[in-house]
Design a protein around this ligand. Structure first.
Ligand code: FES
Length: 330
């Protein structure tokens, strides 16, 4: 058993709107807690937030750098139906207090003098931003960043990154709206020139999977790839914890499916290789057939009544609504 993290009540000094969906909270850590809240770039804080079923704890990465003199800052992106992130974005104002546990996590560079390759998807930029600012301010390393987002409006820290880019920081923005969701082959091309560097990857699970495949293609050994996963936040789930019976490539797998998790994340997290693309319920690439049980789709902009009649659902949007769900990709 791990001891529960010790929470401290800390005041929020400021709230910065980074994008319409992402807020940074600047924290006024009192001197008495400065040592407990000392951190390394890439670490996260645990926040306790109220929830219908009692308080829940969520981890949010620090986007500030301990090497620049700025106050500690965590960045939170709103998630559709994500109770914790939405509660923070809706309720936390300058002067609010939050229950926070001290920094933790191992997604930190061994030396700020090393050259690094950084791959971030969406709000996965948060710990990567801390690493970038720390290396530029406190070390001599050179950095290459590939940063994937849905579209230009969802790019967090766009202006800050533009200001930091230069001899020691190359920034490549990958916008799905212009280039489609990144594939392993295309990302491999973008990172090929940096195959000799240690790589840091952070983003939602499907992005992490594609980035890992790309790095493998680019010749980066697995032991030189550091990963921080940002899972889709659990959504308001009154559904049951379930078991998913998933048939893919002729093999059937029994997977634990926690309430509030998307089926695609469950399948990807089990190390399987299902088809998907947009991850937003818009393209249909993740469609599969429901053989038994019930699911709810969080979003659906592609399937029609006749598709439902044929049993099709979207893995990227499916939540369990019965304790056993059987699905097949044929
Ligand atoms: Fe596009 Fe699921 S991946 S709808």
């Amino acid at each position: 058993m791990t001891a529960p993290p010790p929470f401290h009540r800390i005041r929020v000094a400021d709230v910065i709107t980074e994008t319409p969906d992402a807020h940074s909270l600047v924290l006024a850590v009192p001197p008495a807690l400065a040592a407990a809240f000392a951190y390394r770039p890439g670490q996260y804080l645990t926040v306790r937030v109220p929830d219908d079923g009692g308080p829940v704890a969520r981890c949010y990465s620090l986007s500030s750098s301990p090497h620049t003199g700025e106050q500690p800052k965590i960045t939170i992106k709103r998630v559709r139906d994500g109770q914790a992130s939405n509660w923070i974005c809706d309720h936390v104002r300058p002067g609010s207090t939050l229950d926070l546990a001290p920094p933790a996590g191992t997604f930190t560079p061994g030396s700020l003098d090393d050259d690094l390759l950084l791959l971030a998807g969406g709000s996965g930029i948060t710990p990567v931003m801390a690493i970038i600012k720390s290396v530029l301010a406190g070390g001599t390393g050179r950095l290459a960043l590939v940063y994937a987002n849905r579209d230009a409006d969802s790019v967090i820290f766009r202006a800050e990154l533009a200001a930091l880019a230069g001899d020691r920081l190359e920034v490549v923005h990958w916008l799905d709206s212009e280039r489609g969701a990144p594939t392993a082959a295309a990302l491999a091309g973008a990172v090929q020139a940096y195959g000799n560097r240690e790589a840091f990857v952070c983003g939602p699970e499907p992005f992490v999977v594609v980035a890992q495949q790309a790095l493998q293609k680019a010749g980066v050994p697995a032991e030189r790839v550091r990963v921080e996963r940002f899972e889709l936040e659990a959504v308001a789930g009154d559904g049951p914890d379930a078991t998913a019976e998933v048939t893919l490539d002729g093999q059937t797998h029994l997977l634990p499916w926690p309430a509030g998790k998307r089926l695609l994340d469950v399948i990807v997290a089990a190390g399987l290789n299902p088809p998907f693309s947009c991850r937003q319920g818009q393209c249909g690439a993740c469609a599969l057939r429901l053989l038994d049980g019930e699911v709810e789709l969080v979003n659906n902009e592609v399937l029609e009544e006749e598709d439902f009649a044929d049993g099709y659902i979207l893995a990227c949007q499916a939540l369990p609504r019965s304790e056993h769900v059987s699905v097949t990709y044929y």
